[in-house]
Design a protein around this ligand. Structure first.
Ligand SMILES: Nc1ncnc2c1ncn2[C@@H]1O[C@H](COP(=O)(O)OP(=O)(O)OP(=O)(O)O)[C@@H](O)[C@H]1O
Ligand SMILES: [Mg+2]
Length: 308
């Protein structure tokens, strides 16, 4: 079959990722489906940081994991929409439709993800250097020596002090903040054009949170990558984001520049989030992200307001 030219996915020149009408469902029982992501659309420009915010269970991680094509391993299915990504070679691919083999080759190389808990993402039995080098060797035709050199440079890029010595250490020998830097180094090792950070600072104490946020901003200035930053914390949003998408029950209910979202929020839910702004770091000593206080204490009032 000859595809017409218009069948090729296209993106505006400055756009790295465009999620269009994405639908993701989990099987729930024999007939029911849990629609975790419902018609979500947003785009990320080159060098831009987009924050995805919303209460626990609103679909932020499922959106992120679907972009990486990882939700299918949890039993989810993409039931609609497209995830267009501009690759380094200039071509545009629909990640939602690629074969697992092709997606595998793109993970880490074009797009990577950093999770909240670095201890469960790092392998305890391999050194930091080996774990970063492995990411390089997996995607690039490098010798172990070249990969080690790239690992060292990347550790320096994420401001790990005494990087040479750290290369040969194991994850348990590092502090929480240092481990998170190592996770960011692994994510950056192949210089992807998009990095997704899913609650990367929530488990860290306030000083370390601020340092990681500084690092993300500095990296963006230096290497110009795009960032999708997922967080509960509107304080963090104000610190890092250019643009904000607010999620509620699987949908994006409001989108705007960080200025507009804070200065003139339109949706009742966005106003509720802002009025419940936790101080930077106020969730640091919690094991897991929490519901916004307003939703915990006055759910009926809020839901009545936001249900169209
Ligand atoms: N593996 C899974 N199996 C079934 N349902 C799931 C699974 N993972 C997520 N869900 C459901 O999908 C919905 C969205 O979850 P998601 O993890 O994206 O929320 P979130 O916005 O990231 O929340 P949090 O802020 O707590 O991380 C929730 O209703 C959740 O219960
Ligand atoms: Mg999540």
């Amino acid at each position: 079959m000859i595809l017409s030219k218009s069948a090729k996915p296209e993106l505006p020149e400055d756009v790295i990722l465009s999620v269009e009408d994405l639908e993701v469902s989990f099987a729930a029982g024999t007939r029911a489906q849990l629609r975790a992501v419902r018609g979500v659309s947003f785009s990320i420009a080159r060098g831009e940081t987009v924050a995805l915010v919303g209460e626990s269970g609103s679909g932020k991680s499922v959106t992120a994991m679907t972009i990486m094509r990882l939700t299918e391993y949890d039993g989810a299915a993409i039931t609609g929409g497209r995830v267009l990504m501009r690759l380094k070679d200039g071509k545009v691919a629909d990640l939602a439709k690629l074969s697992e083999k092709r997606v595998e080759a793109l993970r880490g190389a074009e797009i990577s993800i950093v999770f909240q808990d670095p201890m469960s993402s790092l392998n305890p039995v391999f050194t930091v250097g080996d774990q970063i080098a492995e990411a390089v060797i997996h995607h690039q035709d490098k010798t172990p020596e070249q990969a080690r050199q790239i690992a060292l440079n990347t550790l320096k890029l994420v401001r790990v002090p005494d990087a040479e010595r750290r290369l040969d250490q194991y994850p348990h020998q590092l502090s929480g903040g240092m481990r998170q830097r190592v996770m960011i180094a692994i994510a950056l090792a192949c210089r992807p054009s998009l990095m997704i950070l899913d609650e990367p600072t929530t488990a860290l104490d306030v000083t370390i949170q601020a340092q990681i946020l500084d690092l993300v901003r500095a990296l963006q200035r230096e290497i110009g990558m795009s960032v999708l930053f997922i967080t509960h914390d509107m304080g963090v949003v104000a610190e890092v984001a250019d643009r904000v998408c607010v999620m509620l029950k699987g949908e994006i209910v409001e989108e705007g520049s960080v200025y507009d979202i804070f200065a003139k929020p339109k949706h009742a839910y966005t106003r509720a989030l802002i009025s419940a702004v936790p101080r930077l770091g106020s969730m640091a000593d919690k094991d897991a992200p929490e519901k916004f206080p307003l939703l915990v204490f006055e759910p009926e009032r809020l839901l009545a307001e936001v249900t169209e």
